[in-house]
Design a protein around this ligand. Structure first.
Ligand code: F6R
Ligand code: MN
Length: 187
């Protein structure tokens, strides 16, 4: 039998880059992250065009039951001492979970439930993060290199950014070259 073998998409382990798409890409810049960091004046001082993170995603079916796959590349940096991070979100369909896999770099995954209880998981090459339903999530780059993580989530999950307009209840800063976690009252 003359079978042809399908060449699937692939992730390059070393760089976290997705290949053999079709791919969708989105860059999130300093200018997009209004009031996301604690020190809004410090954010306004930075170059708005500077990219904080890129997301590459396989352009696959959005039908119910299907899964999306994407890689987030979160660059190193700070805003007023607070580490670069993703905006963070609950899923619009709150019960839908997600899996993150660390690919390269070093950071934290901030998880928070609907009661505002938060926890932090170490992210590193090979780390696996099971994000349950009803749990908001945000990546934080605490290293000096790019933090890349692959995510797989239900296509129907959607994103709800507005529910976290006041932010998470924990913020992560660099102080004296150490990681400093601060609890926030208004979260
Ligand atoms: C999908 C997911 C990730 C994030 C990405 C960017 O549900 O969790 O692909 O979308 O890390 O973060 P946000 O969407 O918070 O800007
Ligand atoms: Mn998500």
């Amino acid at each position: 039998m003359n079978l042809t073998f399908i060449q699937p998409p692939q992730v390059e382990w070393a760089s976290g880059a997705l290949a053999k798409g079709p791919l969708l890409r989105k860059s999130t810049r300093i200018q997009d992250l209004i009031e996301v960091f604690a020190d809004e004046p410090a954010r306004q001082q930075l170059a708005g065009e500077h990219v904080v993170y890129d997301v590459e995603m396989l352009a696959t079916s959005s039908a119910e039951g299907e899964l999306y796959t994407g890689v987030t590349h979160l660059y190193p940096g700070h805003v007023g001492g607070e580490y670069f991070m993703t905006r963070g979100h609950f899923h619009a369909r709150r019960e839908q979970g997600e899996v993150y896999f660390g690919l390269r770099g070093k950071g934290l995954l901030l998880l928070q439930n609907e009661h505002g209880q938060a926890r932090l998981e170490n992210v590193f090459a090979g780390s696996i993060h099971i994000i349950p339903g009803f749990t908001a999530h945000r990546l934080i780059n605490t290293g000096n290199e790019v933090l890349s993580a692959l995510a797989v989530w239900p296509a129907i999950a959607g994103h709800d950014y507005a529910a976290l307009a006041k932010g998470f209840t924990l913020r992560v800063f660099e102080e004296n070259q150490q990681i400093l976690v601060r609890e926030v009252q208004n979260g």
